[in-house]
Design a protein around this ligand. Structure first.
Ligand code: ATP
Ligand code: MG
Length: 242
């Protein structure tokens, strides 16, 4: 029998215009930083934005944005907390600072549950910070979040792109909408990623330089939006989400 919660998820996301999964295949490429900063800048451009941290292994958006002690309210489901004007839900609200001792099927279950109970209401964008890898969680979300679109992050490294390419091919094969690829932590000029992305007929959205100052801005949303990193990301975001 089909899981009845899957129908509920559609209903829960009914008033959300776009669901953007910031994903990669590869770990450590800047997904969390991009998801957090994207949510922040879109919200400052007067879009209604939700940020959903679904990285069970290393939730980090709360550290990047300096979100402490905010908990969603429970009222006929879960009402996201408000943080810097963003509606915010993180798995950290359930796991705390401890590692979450869940196996594959339990992760899926917890994720479906969280989607089924969260009341996002009306949003222009729901940004999701995805776990690394092409995990069960990724496949589940493709299956039960009908509106999902992927924004894929790579670094200039051939090694990173090798894994990113696998995710892109999978998404193309499954006909999952792809916003495109952002190349992050650029240190010198190269066309490797852009050329290979375009060869797959996937939009190349732009590049973001390595910004040695970005780490100092963690925990301080005002400082974060003023980094070179955030400015470059905002340029890309305004082009991609006019
Ligand atoms: N453009 C950049 N300039 C400088 N540092 C960056 C940049 N992008 C990301 N970083 C740094 O790289 C590290 C990894 O970033 P982040 O945690 O966002 O990656 P991730 O893809 O979410 O990792 P994981 O796969 O573990 O979830 C962090 O220390 C972050 O500060
Ligand atoms: Mg991350």
């Amino acid at each position: 029998m089909a899981d009845p919660r899957i129908g509920i998820i559609d209903k829960r996301l009914e008033k959300v215009k776009r669901v953007i999964a910031v994903s990669s295949g590869k770990g450590g490429v800047g997904k969390s930083l991009i998801a957090s900063t994207l949510a922040l800048t879109l919200s400052q451009k007067n879009r209604s934005v939700g940020l959903f941290d679904v990285d069970f292994t290393s939730p980090s958006t709360h550290i990047i944005l300096g979100i402490q002690n905010v908990k969603p309210k429970e009222e006929k489901g879960l009402i996201p907390a408000d943080a810097h004007g963003i509606k915010y839900v993180s798995i950290i609200n359930y796991s705390g600072e401890e590692a979450l001792p869940l196996r594959g099927a339990d992760v899926s279950n917890a994720l479906i549950e969280l989607f089924a109970i969260t009341r996002w209401e009306t949003l222009d964008f729901l940004i999701m910070d995805m776990p690394p890898g092409i995990s069960d969680a990724t496949l589940d979300m493709i299956r039960f979040v009908k509106k999902i679109e992927f924004l894929v992050v790579s670094t200039p490294s051939q090694l990173a792109f090798e894994t990113v390419k696998k995710l892109l091919k999978l998404l193309l094969e499954l006909k999952v909408p792809l916003v495109g690829v952002v190349e992050n932590m650029k240190m010198k000029e190269s066309n490797f990623v852009k050329t290979h992305v375009e060869a797959l007929d996937v939009p190349f959205l732009g590049e973001i330089p390595f910004d040695p100052k970005v780490e100092e801005a963690f925990g301080n949303a005002n400082a974060l939006v003023n980094t070179v990193f955030a400015k470059r990301l905002t340029d890309i975001a305004l082009k991609v989400f006019p």
